[in-house]
Design a protein around this ligand. Sequence first.
Ligand SMILES: Cc1cc2nc3c(=O)[nH]c(=O)nc-3n(C[C@H](O)[C@H](O)[C@H](O)COP(=O)(O)OP(=O)(O)OC[C@H]3O[C@@H](n4cnc5c(N)ncnc54)[C@H](O)[C@@H]3O)c2cc1C
Length: 452
Amino acid sequence: MSNSDAAETTAGNSETAAGAAETVDVVVIGAGFAGLIASRELGNAGYRVLTLEARDRVGGRTWTDHRLDHDLELGGTWVHWVQPHTWAEMTRYGREIVRSPAAEEARWLGAGGERRVASLDEFMALISPGQQRIIDDVRDIMPRGTEPTVGGISAIDHLTIQQRIDSLEMSEEARSANESVWVGHVNAPLDQTGISSAYRWVSATGGHWELMHEASATYRVVGGMSEWTRLIAKSVPGEIRLNTRVTAVAQHPGGTTVTCANGTQINARAVISTLPANAIGGIKFSPELPAVWQRQFAEKVASQGTKVWVKVRGSLPRFFGYATPQHPLSVLKSEFVHDDFSILVGFGPDHTALDVSDLGAVQAAVDAIRPGLEVVDATSHDWVADPLSRNTWMTHRPGQLSRDLAELQQPQGVLHFATTDNADLWGGFIDGAIESGLREAHTVAEALGPQN
Ligand SMILES: Cc1cc2nc3c(=O)[nH]c(=O)nc-3n(C[C@H](O)[C@H](O)[C@H](O)COP(=O)(O)OP(=O)(O)OC[C@H]3O[C@@H](n4cnc5c(N)ncnc54)[C@H](O)[C@@H]3O)c2cc1C
């Protein structure tokens, strides 16, 4: 099946097509952003590239699906022009952005859990001093977003975001609001998340936390993420083989043999794994993975939360709301408002805390932030339970960034690693995935030498 067929139909059938071993220059494992970009670059440089993807679609942790009578982004959604790799690909494929609706009101739980309703400006004024103080020294700690381990980060990387917030003098009202904002950002309990994420994101936006807020949750891609990744897939020279889960990668003198779940074997001069750190244990590597990958897989990164779409009856004023990090949904906002129904999107730090098939539980989670709405349906994809991702958008545990990032970028023989998890600038984001794909395509091409 050609790559464009794969992109058109998203229905490869290679699991049943076991046969004699093929030989290519490079096997790329995974057709998310990192894999698609690496395959495209190497294919365009003249190498024979085969992309193997376990799912029945390209896009990985980005996926636009029609649910709740709407096209919904179940994974990665928001992009911004301060994300340089993302923006270059937006331009290349003629993509445009649309703004998620601006909130007419902000809702949060204040001191003593009392409900507050105010304007978004009033909420921003409440969190502003705390948000600034959390990263006040960003120019010393992480002066360049493109080199996140340069600066003072290693001296404080052992701290959690919770410890940083606890160390600051704040009113109970401001503390609670700042905690809710950060738990929404990192999709994980704050006492398990390293302070590095706060510095990385603000460093990537030139030291400005307000711009970081805008960059991470404001502009969606017109036409959806799946249309964008379908276009990228169409431009990849070489086959993208769907429904093809890799089970083993064995290096030997002269190259590598990649084995798939259907028994197919492919010989290659180089392999790029784009598996997230949390999922990389799904493949048996020989020799064993470098210690740094084994450690990350054993420890897991911090992000372990949920993204939930909720359909409610009727129209409503556009809102942005917060509960606490202890609630199943700590963030909720109106994303699509129609006359007869509206769609909300919510985030929580624990993927096990809310069963979306239990509409009573979803109603309670919504009521905690925005009472008075009638939940009629809800949906989600559990990326943390999904064995092909085991993670949402990567945020590090304390110490992982400064201890591991440089090593995670190193190849092991002819095995290379490209994933948003080992990107420099926007690690954890789509931008980081693209960066890592470009980086490893370059490194592999250097190692293999020019194609005639
Ligand atoms: C709920 C959610 C919300 C997010 N929101 C945003 C956002 O708003 N903005 C943003 O920039 N980012 C966001 N992200 C993060 C962003 O989606 C990811 O950082 C990015 O898509 C990761 O790309 P990747 O190529 O590194 O990894 P992936 O997309 O995970 O790609 C890895 C690929 O490898 C495949 N694979 C795994 N194991 C095997 C195997 N054994 N054999 C073959 N194939 C295999 C997987 O199926 C997958 O397709 C979000 C993510 C989630 C889940």
